[in-house]
Structure formats: structure tokens, C-alpha cells
Design a protein around this ligand. Structure first.
Ligand code: BGC
Length: 255
């Protein structure tokens, strides 16, 4: 098992890719700290699925977009399991709006969860690691749209592009502390964030034609790569983005 004796905190793990990550880490022997906004049925189901693997899990309800919450999340995780070794910044939101219709409120929601939340939670984690004099690993669940344009999702792209540069900067700053950081860039994955797309064949067919493997990915496809990057198998990997997109980002054909 990759993570025996290790503790991982996964933001936004009440459902979707976050839940698959939580279950994967449970299968690999980690103590799992599940986080989402509310202690609802989704959160309970993730905890149940992690515990079904034989691993221990706790749930911390918290809004990572509020800076005043993040230090407490790290402290709660450490209190529950004695230490925290791995942070997976998974929580993310997207709002579709043409550029001229984007409101300040929409802008703030997307940037505060995707970028600001990840930034300050990571800062709190790194401060903890420094105090505890421990190595650590961070993996961000980014998107192909940290690189690839996505019309009508400009704020989402800005947040993911920002996540890319935060990751690259921190790889340089934190390398000497033996803290690694990488991004995973999923393409079109079958998750609740895509619910409206999944229900519309007229949108699904052109999307699948833009993916080299001609199908959507599953949350587990992303979780597997995140677990690899968080493990010692990837101990010489830092400052990189790994695409998990079935070839979507660089798909190109000519007739
Ligand atoms: C977005 C999805 C989108 C996919 C591929 C993801 O980052 O969350 O809505 O379908 O990228 O474009």
C-alpha cells in the first residue's frame, strides 16, 4: 500500500473526482480527511466508502474560500490523526457566462474557491510542515484549461492558469524544504460539474469527437494519477502538470 501511516486532506471530496481520490487513498492505506462545504449525505457517503476500504476517515465541513477557515482545517486534521502529510487541492467550481455578462459575484466565487482557497490552504499546510520539520506533498486538481482556452469560462480559465503558476513557483520555493507540488489536468470527466453536458447528446457527440480516445474519463482515472504523484514512486517529480484528458488538450485532425 502506497500510503500506510500517512494522512491526506482532500478538499471538495464530498462527490465527483474528490470522492474517487478519497476512496483511492483509503485503498492505499491512508488516513483520509474528507472536506466539503456541508456535512450532508454526499459527505457521509464519501466517508462510508473510504471506511469500507478499511481506512479511517473523518469529515471536516469548511469553506476553503474563507481564509479564516484554513488554519483550523489543518489543525483539525493533525489533531485527528497526529500528523498531516499530503494535501490534495481538489475543490473547484465553474460558471458558464460570456465575457461581457460575467458579474463581480461570479468572478469572486470562482476565483475564491479555485485559486484563493488553494493558495491559502497550501500556505497553512506549508507553515505546519515547517513547524513540524516534515517533508510533504501537494497535488492540485487543475484542468486542461490551465493551458487551453474555454470560451464562456474565462474566469475558470484564469483561476486554473493561476493555479499552474502558483504550482510552478511553489515547486521552486518549497523544493529545498523537501515539499513537492504538482498539478493534474483533467479533461472531460464524468462528474457532477458536467451534469448538464452529460444529459445532452447534441453536446456530447462533438465533445467526444474532440477527444483522441473518443470517450469521457472516469473520476478514478484522475484519482489514480493523483495517487501516483502523491506517492514516493513520484519522489523526483515536482513542478509538473500531468494531463488526464484522453488526448483532449492536443487533439488535432485535418480532413
Ligand atoms: C471542466 C469541464 C469541461 C472539461 C473539458 C473541465 O475542466 O470542468 O466542464 O468539460 O474541462 O473541457
Amino acid at each position: 500500500m502506497k500510503f500506510s501511516g500517512k494522512t491526506v486532506l482532500i478538499t471538495g471530496s464530498g462527490r465527483g473526482i474528490g470522492r474517487a481520490i478519497a476512496v483511492k487513498f483509503g485503498q492505499e492505506g491512508a488516513n483520509v480527511v474528507v472536506n466539503d462545504l456541508h456535512d450532508d449525505d454526499n459527505a457521509k457517503e464519501t466517508v462510508r466508502q473510504v471506511e469500507a476500504t478499511g481506512a479511517k476517515a473523518i469529515f471536516i465541513p469548511s469553506d476553503i474560500s474563507k481564509v479564516e477557515n484554513v488554519a483550523g482545517m489543518i489543525a483539525n486534521a493533525v489533531e485527528a490523526f497526529g500528523q498531516l502529510n499530503i494535501l490534495i487541492n481538489n475543490a473547484g467550481v465553474e460558471i458558464r457566462a460570456p465575457f461581457c455578462e460575467v458579474t463581480e459575484q461570479q468572478y469572486d466565487i470562482v476565483m475564491d474557491v479555485n485559486l484563493k482557497g488553494m493558495f491559502f490552504l497550501t500556505q497553512a499546510f506549508v507553515k505546519y510542515l515547517q513547524q513540524a520539520n516534515m517533508p510533504g506533498v501537494i497535488v492540485n486538481n487543475s484542468s486542461v484549461h490551465e493551458e487551453l482556452p474555454f470560451p464562456n469560462f474565462t474566469v475558470y480559465c484564469a483561476s486554473k492558469g493561476g493555479m499552474q503558476m502558483v504550482m510552478r513557483n511553489l515547486a521552486v520555493e518549497l523544493g529545498p524544504l523537501n515539499i513537492r507540488i504538482n498539478n493534474v489536468a483533467p479533461g472531460a470527466i464524468r462528474t457532477p460539474i458536467n451534469a448538464s453536458l452529460l444529459s445532452k447528446p447534441e453536446l456530447m457527440v462533438p465533445l467526444q469527437n474532440n477527444i483522441s480516445l473518443h470517450r469521457l474519463g472516469e473520476p478514478e482515472d484522475v484519482a489514480n494519477v493523483i495517487a501516483f504523484l502523491a506517492s514516493d514512486e513520484a519522489k523526483y517529480v515536482t513542478g509538473s502538470t500531468y494531463y488526464v484528458d484522453g488526448g483532449l488538450a492536443f487533439h488535432y485532425t485535418e480532413q
